[in-house]
Structures are given as structure tokens and as C-alpha cells.
Write a protein that binds this ligand. Sequence first.
Ligand code: MF3
Ligand code: CO
Ligand code: CO
Length: 260
Amino acid sequence: MSIEIKTPADIEKMRVVGALAAEQLEMTEAHIKPGISTGELNRICHEYTINEQQAIPASLNYRGFPKSICTSVNHVVCHGIPNDEKFLKQGDIINVDVTLIKDEFHGDTSKTFIVGKPSILAKRLVSICKETLYLGIQQVKPGNHLGDIGHATQTHAEKNRFSVVREYCGHGIGRVFHDEPQVVHYGKPGTGIELLPGMVFTIEPMINAGKATVKLLSDDWTVVTKDHKLTAQWEHTILVTDTGYEILTYRNDDTIPRCG
Ligand code: MF3
Ligand code: CO
Ligand code: CO
């Protein structure tokens, strides 16, 4: 297995597309309100991508996916399909996952928004999930291994009595949307490939309030928790630098440094 090392020119392009994906999530925030449909969120993001960002929505028609973003509400783990009949209500949690292409390169990022006033559980799940992403990111430096990332994310989730989804994982990214390596969110320190400067991959933990088991619905996209309990996800696209990490999809509401 060989993992692509990006050139300085590639990295510059990935910074540009990463910033666009991040900016799109910032733009989306203002629209997350009770009463809006996930179909409407998709339309807003699609138009913004094409008209304001002059970029391409990578998810649209990707392996047959029918929409430009993924919207995963409450017990939907990932790959929720935007729908004009699905309206957000007070207390829902919704992950919006945006992947853009600009100048051949992909930027992939998601966050879980809370609609109105959350339950105590929803608030705790969403914030622990964000912390697991950040702890994973803090393991990114040359000489560390993929297993260090998985160990950090798993440990934090399970310490808080939540569980880590096994079936879906982070991935290498660049000209290819889903490239090697697979970045799983569980594991043992020191295992897996060694991280080298110039590698770019996503970290995107899916954390369940109940059991880790998931189920694929008959639309062949929507993934739900088998026990129908709540689930959350956060995702960033990360560059391994000479000394640590750089978050290529950094937003103004992130609460760790962009580089470390
Ligand atoms: N953005 C998702 C990821 O983080 C992949 C979505 S594929 C789609 O890897 F087809 F569902 F959009
Ligand atoms: Co991804
Ligand atoms: Co994504």
C-alpha cells in the first residue's frame, strides 16, 4: 500500500478547496432552524457551491448519490439523503457533510448542528464527538501511526460511555475523494502506517449514544444506528506537516489551533 505524498503545489490547492468547504459549513449555520427541510438545505448549499464558490459538489452523483450534501438527522449515522419532506424540529441534531472539488482537488468536512434547545444527552454526545475529532487531530505528526489516532478517538468516546462506529472511517483525499489509507476511529497505539509529511486524510469519527451497530436502509445510502439511538459525527481534512498537523477545513468556530 502506498500513500500519496502531496507536493507543495497540491497542498496549496487543497488549502483553497478546504477553505471553501469550511466556509460553506459556516454559511449553512444560519439556515439551521426548526421548519427548514433537509432538501432546502441541499438546495442552498448546491447553489452556493456553483454560484458563489465556482466549485463542484463532489457528492452529487458520486457512486449514484443523488444530492450535493449529506444530511444525517438524529439516529442517522451518515450519508443521509436530503429530502423536501424532512423538516428539522426543536432539539434535533443534524450532521451536514460537505465535499467540494476545486481545481481537481477535494475538501471534505462535516459538523453536527443542534436545532434549538437540545436534550442533555444530545448536547453531551455532540460535544464529546467534537472532542474525539480534536484528540485524533492532536495525534497527527510525523512518526506517529494511524493507530495512535484511532486509539485517541476510541478511548475518549468509550470513557464517556459512548461507542465508535466501525463500518465507516476517514480516508486519504486529494484528486481522489476516497483514497488510501483508511483512517479508522478505534485501534492500538503504534499500529498501522507511519505518518509522513505531505500525507492528507480525513478524520471523521461517528459516535453513538447506544451500541456501535449500524444498519443500511433500503435506499442503499442512509446508515442508521440499529438501536435507533442518537449519533453524531465531525470531520476535518488534515495535512501532516513537518512538525504536526494543519487543518485544511478550519472554520471560525473551531476551538483548537489550525496548526499544531
Ligand atoms: N462526505 C462523506 C465522507 O466523509 C462521503 C459522502 S459520499 C456520498 O467520506 F456519496 F454519500 F456523498
Ligand atoms: Co470523508
Ligand atoms: Co465527509
